[in-house]
Structures are given as C-alpha cells and as structure tokens.
Write a protein that binds this ligand. Structure first.
Ligand code: UD1
Length: 339
C-alpha cells in the first residue's frame, strides 16, 4: 500500500511538480486545490508526465468541514502545504486577504490535522523571512528581520505557528529561494495570471512578444554589475526537497520536531547574468531596458546550503542554464497552445 500524502495547492507551480516527484518516489499524492490561482488542466499535464491521474478535491483549506471529511475517507501520512497567496505587491494592497488565506488556512489545517491525529507537515516558507541579510550566504541561523510585506509576515507567522505546535506536530519549513524553470517535459510549469510580477515569466513573455520588453529594476546597486542578486532554484529540484522532507518526517529522522531548511543552490546570479545566460542557452535575444529600482527589493541574497545538504541530504542538481532552458521550453509550449 502506498502512503498517502495530501498536497494542498497541488495544482500550483511548485505543488504540481511536487505531486509528480512524490508519485515517482512511490507515494500516492492526493490534491486539494481551490483553483484560485491555478487551472484544472494542470491535472492533464501531471497525468501526461506520470501516466496516472491523482485524486483531486476542489475546495479551500479554510473549509474545515470538507477537510475533516477528507481525513475520514483517507489515512493521510503527511501533508505538504502549498495553498497560499504569493504576490508581494498584492499583499501590501490586500493584507486581510493574505492573513486570512495564508495564516488562517494553516491554522484551520492544523486544527483538523490534530483532530484526526495527523502529525506531519511540510510548510512552504520563503527566504523572504531573512529580509536583507547581514551575512551572505544566508544560513538558517541568520536572524530574521521584520517582514517587508504582509506576504513575508504570513511566512514568518506560519513558522512561528508550527514551532508553537511542535509538541504534537512534526514540521519541516522549507525556505525557498527563487523557484524558476519547469518540468523538462514542458507539460507543466508556471501559469502566471495577468501581468507577471516575477522575473522569469515576465522575461519569457517578453521574448515571446506578449510583453514589449523586460524592465531591469535598477543597475546602480552595490553588486558587480549593479543589478540585484538572487539564488535561483529549479522547481524540480525544489520538488525533490519536499520528498526528502516527507521521508524524513515519516521515518522520524528529525532532530527536533520543528525543523527549517534553506532550499537554494548556494549560488547567486544577477538580473543581467540571468538575461545573458537565457540568451546564450536559448539562442534568442531578450528585449530589455534598465529602469528604476523596485521598492522593497533586497539587494543580494543567496543560500548557505550546508544544513540542507548534510542534514536533509538534499542537493540541487540543476544549474541556471537548465532552469532557463526549461523555462523557455515551457513558454514555447504555452505559446503553441494559445495559437
Ligand atoms: C519575491 C519574494 C519571494 C517570493 C517570490 C515569489 C521578497 C524579498 N521576495 O522574490 O519571497 O517567494 O517573490 O513570489 O519578498 N526583476 C526585474 N524585472 C522584473 C521582475 C523582477 O528586474 O520585471 C528583478 C527583481 O528586482 C529581482 C529579481 O528580478 O532582483 C527577482 O525578482 P522576482 O522574480 O520578482 O523575485 P523576488 O522579488 O526575488
């Protein structure tokens, strides 16, 4: 019998890749998704990759009645909780929406988990909890800074909530750096609604002619080429990290009930390096201009990956070139569908 893993937000960008990785690792992923920022067709993409259509339940994690019913039907071994909003700018405009979905969503889930004696959860956290770090590469021991946005605050609160419940619930908080790329099959990838805020979807849409050009947000930062530096991580590597965490929980290998890991490559790349690498590996030119700084942007951040490499036993395998090739193949596959 395969162990059942509930994946909330399992049709989203990271969730859908994790569903595939969990299945390939021998688990039975079961999806809960309210389709608020995803599309039911993602299930077709997942099925095309793994030859299996995972069970899906379309409802909100705030719906404790439906969650409770689901936990009565299935014996769930662990939950991977992705269901959350993630747009930094939107969170500043609509903070209640973010606190309700991201914080109340987690609290509801925990309440129903406790009632049903489910004690394992992997939580989507973010490097945003570090703010502008004093020490780079940033390790899990770095001091957390006051959140720059309600979105960031919800990630910090999520971690606090899990830590406070460690007497009954084992949790793994994965602090993602910048997830990009897509599955190498180009059957699933990122599906931004409207104008993308993040670098890679905006870049690939600009190359496709869907946007005029990419604006590089500032080139006068204190970095070698003046543009901001991030630790970009391939979404498939990131998905694999969740499988490592689930196995760690199920085998009771945790050193403490609440654990935190950085999920990055340990390498920083500037915006201009990303553009140049994209052009080189894909043989296309990226229309772009230098613009003003974007408010709230961290100047440079990349991960110290020692803990995740040695303790969780996970190492990123894919480099920036792989990420940008897969991101472009995915955009081309989207372009061909919309033609
Ligand atoms: C932000 C959040 C992160 C969140 C992620 C996904 C912070 C500090 N980071 O990451 O927690 O998980 O969004 O929603 O809150 N850029 C351009 N032009 C563009 C878009 C981006 O130059 O059109 C630059 C940015 O200035 C930045 C880099 O590209 O230097 C990456 O930006 P983005 O993809 O938006 O991610 P972050 O802001 O790093």
């Amino acid at each position: 019998m395969k162990e059942k893993i509930l994946v909330t937000g399992g049709l989203g960008f990271i969730g859908s890749h994790t569903v595939i990785s969990l299945f390939e690792a021998g688990f039975e992923p079961i999806i809960v998704d309210n389709l608020s920022n995803s599309n039911i067709y993602v299930l077709d993409g997942i099925e095309a990759v793994i030859g299996y259509r995972p069970e899906i339940h379309v409802f909100d994690v705030l719906d404790h009645v439906k969650l409770n019913e689901l936990f009565k039907i299935h014996t769930i071994s662990a939950i991977v909780h992705f269901a959350a909003f993630k747009a930094v700018g939107e969170s500043v405009q609509f903070p209640i929406k973010y606190y309700k979905n991201n914080v109340s969503g987690l609290v509801t889930l925990l309440e129903v988990m406790e009632k049903n004696e489910i004690q394992n959860i992997v939580f989507s956290s973010s490097c945003t909890v570090y703010g502008e770090p004093d020490i780079i590469p940033v390790s899990e021991n770095n001091k957390l800074k006051p959140a720059e946005s309600p979105y960031g605050a919800t990630k910090q609160m999520g971690e606090i909530i899990l830590k406070d419940n460690a007497h009954w619930c084992q949790s793994q908080c994965l602090r993602y750096f910048n997830p990009i790329g897509a599955h190498s099959s180009a059957k699933i990838g990122e599906l931004p609604l409207g104008v993308p805020n993040n670098l890679i979807p905006f870049l690939t849409q600009s190359v496709s002619g869907l946007r005029d050009e990419l604006t590089v947000y500032g080139n006068d930062y204190d970095t070698p080429d003046g543009t901001c530096i991030r630790d970009y991580i391939h979404v498939v590597d990131l998905a694999e990290a969740h499988v490592h965490s689930v196995k760690r929980l199920l085998k009771h290998q945790q050193l403490t009930a609440f654990e935190v890991f950085n999920i990055g490559t340990g390498t920083g790349s500037s915006v201009l390096e990303v553009i140049n690498t994209f052009e080189k590996v894909n043989g296309v030119s990226v229309p772009h201009k230098i613009g003003e700084r974007r408010s709230g942007d961290v100047v440079k951040v990349w991960a110290n990956t020692e803990k995740v490499n040695t303790v969780l036993g996970w190492v990123a395998k894919k480099n920036l070139e792989d990420m940008l090739k897969d991101a472009w193949n995915w955009q081309k596959s989207l372009n061909s569908i919309s033609k």
